[in-house]
Design a protein around this ligand. Structure first.
Ligand code: C2E
Ligand code: MG
Ligand code: MG
Ligand code: MG
Length: 278
């Protein structure tokens, strides 16, 4: 069986709704070892600048090849780590690995400007995060301009003021900040206006029925126009079809697209080959 198929089977078997306390306990008991033994690893998904036909960046996404459960989806284990205060350690691990990898790519002269890391809501406002990021950048001699922090809209809504302050501090330190899964939380437009972000990542659910659904197409078009009027970089996540790409191009706006239509998340070793062919 291909890795994709076994991965999907595991996801079905370990549905987060039906998993037992002991499954959760086993995840928590094995996470330290997973970080040490490279059971955890990162895959990278390109963000394509369609207008300039280049790669704007890569999003680092975590994977776990668990000794008992096989390939586990982050959608299953990230929430467990979040609920049990283990997510910060794992985020630090991601920061370390992604920085080292970016350094390597930089030395190989891979034409990738930015690497994006997902930052969980409860870690955004912690002073520890800024320290860990700065340390990783110094160790690997990387300018913060090459780092983007993806923060979900939902986590911003939970504590608007402190999160906004944290985002400002990251921007002042030179990092890019993206609002991830935009449109899934009900953040008010006045919040968006004040938010010191650089990028809006529009949630996949807004593109799914485009261009078939006229309603969804006009909503998506409106969000894109709004983002542009706020001078934000717009990323559309979950682009899967040529029809979707054609619709997005027809808006006439500069856009960055991410999705299976271009590439699935890849191992670092597969990526250089993919970029050569792109
Ligand atoms: P996200 O940050 O919104 O990441 C996008 C998810 O959509 C990824 O799933 C990606 O593989 C998937 N995706 C991208 N393009 C397509 C497409 O065209 N079609 C479909 N059907 N899916 C697409 P993944 O890697 O399973 O990650 C799921 C979520 O888990 C992420 O959502 C993120 O919230 C979380 N996550 C993943 N890696 C990390 C990490 O290192 N740290 C933290 N804190 N969370 C992570
Ligand atoms: Mg993300
Ligand atoms: Mg997202
Ligand atoms: Mg998402």
């Amino acid at each position: 069986a291909s890795p994709t198929i076994s991965y999907k089977l595991e996801v079905i078997r370990f549905d987060p709704v039906i998993h037992t306390l002991s499954f959760e306990q086993e995840i928590l008991n094995s996470i330290d070892q997973a970080m040490e033994n490279d059971e955890l690893f990162l895959v990278y998904q390109p963000k394509v600048n369609v207008n300039a036909h280049k790669i704007d960046g890569l999003e680092a996404l975590i994977r776990w090849n668990h000794p008992h459960y096989g390939f586990l989806s982050p959608a299953i284990f990230i929430p467990i780590l979040e609920q049990n205060q283990r997510i910060c350690d794992v985020t630090d691990w991601v920061i370390q690995k992604a920085s080292k990898q970016f350094r390597k790519w930089h030395e190989q002269k891979l034409p990738v400007f930015q690497i994006a890391i997902n930052i969980p809501g409860e870690y955004v406002t912690s002073p520890r995060l800024m320290k860990k990021l700065k340390k990783a950048l110094v160790q690997n001699n990387i300018d913060p301009i090459h780092f983007e922090l993806e923060i979900t809209e939902t986590s911003v809504i939970e504590s608007v003021e402190s999160t906004m302050r944290a985002i400002s501090a990251f921007r002042e330190a030179g990092f890019s900040v993206a609002l991830d899964d935009f449109g899934t939380g009900i953040s008010s437009l006045s919040n968006l206006r004040q938010m010191p972000i650089s990028t809006l990542k529009i949630d996949k659910s807004f593109i799914d029925e485009v261009p078939k659904s006229k309603k969804d197409s006009s909503i998506l078009g409106a969000i894109i126009a709004l983002g542009h009027s706020l001078n934000l970089t717009i990323v559309i996540e979950g682009v899967e079809t040529k029809d979707q790409v054609d619709f997005l191009l027809s808006t006439g706006f500069q856009l960055t697209l991410q999705g299976y239509y271009y590439a699935k998340p890849m191992m670092a070793t597969e990526l250089s080959e993919w970029i050569e062919k792109f």
